[in-house]
Design a protein around this ligand. Sequence first.
Ligand SMILES: *[C@@H]1O[C@H](CO)[C@@H](O)[C@H](O)[C@H]1NC(C)=O
Ligand SMILES: *[C@@H]1O[C@H](CO)[C@@H](O)[C@H](O)[C@H]1NC(C)=O
Length: 840
Amino acid sequence: MVMVKLAKWVPTVLVFITFLVNGSFALFTPSDNYLIACGSSKSITFQDRTFVPDSQHSSVVLKTTNSIVASSNSSVPLPIHQSARIFTEKASYRFQVEEGRHWVRLYFYPLPNSGHNLTSAAVTVVSDEFVLLSNFTFGNYNGSYVFREYAINVTSDTLTLTFIPPTGSVAFVNAIEVVSMPNDLFVDQALALEPTAPFSGLSELAFETVYRLNIGGSLLTAQNDTLGRTWENDQKYLHVNSSVVKVSINPSSVKYPAGVTPETAPNWVYATAEAMGDANVANSNFNITWVFTIDPNFSYFIRVHFCDIISKSLNTLVFNVFINTDIALGSIDLSSITNDLSVPYYKDFVSNASADNTLSVSVGPDTMADITNATLNGLEIMKISNALKSLDGLSSVESLLPSSESNKNIGVIVGSVVGGVVAIALVGLCYCCLARYKSKSPEQGHSWLPLPLYGNSQTITKMSTTSNKSGTASCISLSSSNFGRFFTFQEIQDATNKFDENLILGVGGFGRVYKGTLEDGTYVAVKRGNPRSEQGLAEFRTEIEMLSKLRHRHLVSLIGYCDERSEMILVYEYMANGPLRSHLYGTDLPSLSWKQRLEICIGAARGLHYLHTGASQSIIHRDVKTTNILLDDSLVAKVADFGLSKTGPALDQTHVSTAVKGSFGYLDPEYFRRQQLTEKSDVYSFGVVLMEVLCTRPALNPVLPREQVNIAEWAMSWQKKGMLEQIMDKNLTGKVNPASLKKFGETAEKCLAEYGVDRPPMGDVLWNLEYALQLQETSSALMEPEDNSTNHITGIQLTSLEPFDNSMSMIGGGVSGTDDEAEDATTSAVFSQLVNPRGR
Ligand SMILES: *[C@@H]1O[C@H](CO)[C@@H](O)[C@H](O)[C@H]1NC(C)=O
Ligand SMILES: *[C@@H]1O[C@H](CO)[C@@H](O)[C@H](O)[C@H]1NC(C)=O
């Protein structure tokens, strides 16, 4: 057995060679499996795999005018280091591959007698899209060799790896692996932390493995892993204060559930774990923490692997998982997810770039649990490519590979198009400003300008100028397209007093939200995307697209946006009374009356109903919660935050399959289990909102006794007993008509049904809430709540349900929707097209 010592900051380099052959797995067979020994004259066997000389591989093309082979017979750290190919100028390997994510693994060892000083060579490696390694040199590296592993999504039928030496020096490589992986190994979404928000768009990003741990277990290499991965032991990353015990079971007793396979992680990973040492003694409440050095300029993908191999029975182990100081999984009970012990489970997170160069992962007992313990079986930490599509440094592939001889033609074509667009833009800009200078009339001076929306820079939008009362230098252009008004960055700065911290209204997954004031005195909410957040980019696009298609009295409207200087800024109507949540608890705001609460719920339900049915394709909000329902100056509720929205299932599908997104406490259990998204997932979340409105407490409150932690479970148990008033906000006591409360409780109960099919569509929810409101109003008018009324009214409801669902005019003209009529009438044309196909 040979072990090689490595530098601290590249721990995955840790590789053992073992000559014992053992173990049998149900093998995943990769469609592409290139194992290349660069510059070698013979095949090399390494970790039971055969690396073929690069000169002998038929579907690999090496494009270079000058390369040197080197080899060594003296002892090298790993057999794969025996040979190298040295490049004195830019050189590329091109692999024929199938589309999809691939492992790209690179091996570097500066062979001593190659005729070049490889120790001082600087290696830059790029793929077609991503910078993998930038100016790496052994000169200032504390280790004898380097191994790097990347996960790259290839979107064409070739993958090119280009090695770029610095002028006058050389680059080199000893071995390359390009191996396909199962398509579902990494999905598009994960949960971002700080703040907690779904992160999507991972499939467009590249990963670099930085840490992969078999916690509590031994080193696993390609021999033990069907995907050729290396898993190292976790000991050296354990924080000094972590008292742990290693636990293990026979790997054959690991029970893989559907959706988790040995490709997710080998059973050896799930068969070992660390648990709390000295658990179940007094003062045993501590975290087990692993600490990792990272590059703070990057975001990281973190996958935690669990398998409850420590419990004796179900539902006894409940613990928390933290990433840095953020809670990643609160009160997790593995057996309630997996319904059995020894069943693997994993979860993906994204940790944003931080100020700190360490990343920590902790598990600690939940104070509510029967036993005090916590566990972790495996951990993967992968660096995520940045906005420049780089995994190392701040250069893009374009800047490292300026169009050369072979690309000259393409360069010329691209150049002329860009030049043309710039010229049009300049002409347009001059004209725009000139027109403004000449005339104050908003209708004069039309011109065409390119609208540089991400990924769509050729979009031409009709622009016109408007008068500018304050006479500032900026040239405002009101777009007649659906994208709303375009703001210059200067205007945004003026409106927000240069992003004054005192004007911050809130901070969300996307970035910060400021209160702004436009030149004409209108208040706006300015949402500024975190420029580095890839998540933001996708959501920015979604939000503009979604919002520009949607106009409704109960949806927060988009006024415009600014994408100058790679900013991602959205400007919304200002909602003077802020989120619904702050009117329920946690602030000193006056308590809302039952009628106000019902009206707010009805408004939000209308907004959601419109989302689900009002557009040509139904839209699922995905993150319905009390912080995403905003109130304007007259407490009219509007649904906000469409960053996560997803178009609903097409007609021939019944659901959208997707990774779980949304906020804890509001997540549809069915969505969680089956990763299937329907409008009914929003209905569930809305049920949680209803309970929150009634009980004025958060959806999840981990400090409460266990049965109360989750509002959905807790309130449902009282609703089923018919005693909802027991847990209702004390401020409402004696002020709620029992029939109204009953209708409200029943509505919430239906929304919270375990299965989507049992939940009513949003239109029914809306109708029932209208009814609850009417019951309240009737009762206050008659001053005599009559309990019998419920049954009576239920009868009416059933008969009127049909006309309601088939005649959208009823929505606008609904029981209390007087001032909504006009607006809903404008959308009724859209609605009516959808009424019949939807049916019931
Ligand atoms: C990994 O594979 C090697 C070689 O087949 C074997 O010797 C070793 O025992 C395996 N390790 C584990 C944990 O199975
Ligand atoms: C565990 O770590 C988290 C995050 O840093 C912290 O909030 C929590 O208080 C810790 N728990 C204990 C018992 O130290």
